[in-house]
Design a protein around this ligand. Structure first.
Ligand code: DOR
Ligand code: ZN
Length: 347
């Protein structure tokens, strides 16, 4: 049995309020526990984006009643809410800014990004969704205003090279990769169709190998858990995003069994890194137990996420989360959730 601290996923989309038919805090955080995550941080791109203190408070109120694990929230901005920043700075874990188009379409340009950098409280992270060329520009602006920038879901050699350069210059830059960019590639799109449609899109094997080789420059693995219903995924236009909370650790454990990475890498990427970047206090009695030798097959029908599908359906896994404890309470054992919605804390 392997023991790890309760894992932290700082990039999930729980869809509530507004799109609870896709996911809610109860189903989403049950998926988190089944995947070994005891803390998640939810993104602000709800159908009404979370760009005011009032909207954030309303979301927190709902989450408090529903969550089975600990949960925090990122704040959003379209550049028209700069006066809200101070009000939410103790409630939000970070600010999330979209520079490229994705679900919700809440996109800003670099000019607006600069005005945001002037106003966001220093020392608190700004997460950017910035793909390819715009990333370079955004990191320069972030550095000009001495902001801490976390680059979400790095997916290409080009992006990671830009980040490596910034890190070598000692700019305050961190980055994350998703499991889908580590374990799927562009050529999988043929077979998976809509289930491989996400932002950033899957890249080439060469990009993927570059990321694996340069994992030491990657600070975290973030699932970008982004559920949509099966019906939506099968319709046109197909929405971007795939669920990931139940597969992230299991894919990494399977890769560990093939010696692609070590247990200490998993701990760094799924616990130490996110705890440090997002300033999350950890507790010795919050931990997970893993049977590293169990071989099993991931099946859609066994998933706890409301959407009930995964691009990894049918994948052979090695290593499985058996038990999860939060502050000394057993919250998950052998696929069963043992606590009621509302057990988790708002962080
Ligand atoms: O694939 C994605 N889905 N990428 C994002 O950036 C957003 C997410 C979503 O909210 O569906
Ligand atoms: Zn996302």
């Amino acid at each position: 049995m392997i023991i790890l601290p309760g894992l932290i996923d700082p990039h999930v989309h729980m869809r509530t309020p507004g799109q609870s038919y896709k996911e809610n805090f109860s189903t989403g955080t049950k998926a988190a526990l089944a995947g070994g995550f005891t803390t998640v941080i939810d993104m602000p791109n709800n159908s009404t984006p979370i760009t005011t203190e009032k909207l954030l408070d309303e979301k927190i109120k709902i989450a408090k009643k529903q969550t089975v694990c600990d949960i925090g929230f990122h704040f959003g901005s379209l550049g028209d809410n700069l006066d809200e920043f101070k009000k939410v700075s103790s409630k939000a874990k970070a600010l999330k800014i979209y520079l490229n188009i994705t679900t919700g379409g809440f996109i800003v340009d670099e000019k607006v990004f600069e005005s945001i950098c002037k106003k966001w409280p220093k020392g608190k992270v700004i997460i950017v969704h910035a793909e390819e060329n715009i990333l370079d520009v955004i990191l320069k602006i972030g550095n000009k205003y001495k902001q801490k920038i976390h680059v979400a879901h790095v997916s290409s050699q080009k992006e990671l090279s830009i980040i490596k350069r910034a890190k070598k210059k000692r700019w305050m830059v961190t980055c994350g990769v998703t499991p889908h960019h580590l374990f799927l590639e562009k050529s999988d799109e043929k077979k998976l169709g809509a289930f491989a449609k996400m932002k950033p899109a899957l890249k080439t094997r060469k990009d993927q190998e570059f990321i694996w080789k340069n994992l030491m420059y990657v600070d975290i693995v973030e699932s970008d858990h982004a559920p949509h219903t099966l019906k939506e995924k099968k319709s046109h236009p197909q929405p971007f995003g795939i669920p990931g909370l139940e597969t992230t650790l299991h894919l990494l454990l399977t890769a560990m069994s093939k010696k692609r990475l070590a247990l200490k890498d998993i701990k760094r990427l799924c616990h130490d890194g996110p705890a440090k970047i997002f300033n999350i206090k950890t507790d010795k009695k919050t931990y997970i137990e893993i049977d590293e030798s169990e071989e099993w097959i991931l099946k859609n029908k066994n998933l706890k996420t409301k959407c009930k599908w995964s691009p990894f359906d049918g994948w052979k896994m090695k290593g499985r989360v058996k038990r999860v404890f939060i502050r000394g309470t057993k919250v998950f054992e052998n696929d069963k959730i043992l606590v009621r919605p509302g057990f988790g804390k708002i962080i």
